[in-house]
Design a protein around this ligand. Structure first.
Ligand code: ZN
Length: 72
């Protein structure tokens, strides 16, 4: 069961499809591209960038989702 309180969306350049597209927050700092469906990590260093995920990122998302599902 997934509860959606609000959906956080941003515009950004997706590193996968290289489109300026709408990104939907999945967990804190991680977004999913609405164009190609790939997941990205938001990285802020002067400007905002979106990075491809590495294994650590995927692990973090998995754990965050599990926590969110258990909570409540
Ligand atoms: Zn994309």
């Amino acid at each position: 069961m997934v509860r959606i309180g609000y959906i956080d969306t941003v515009h950004g350049m997706c590193p996968h499809c290289e489109e300026d597209t709408l990104l939907v927050a999945i967990v804190t700092d991680f977004y999913k591209c609405t164009n190609c469906g790939e997941e990205t990590r938001q990285y802020i260093n002067g400007s905002i960038k979106y990075l491809r995920l590495d294994d650590n990122d995927r692990d973090f998302i998995k754990k965050s989702k599990e926590l969110a599902e258990k909570d409540g």
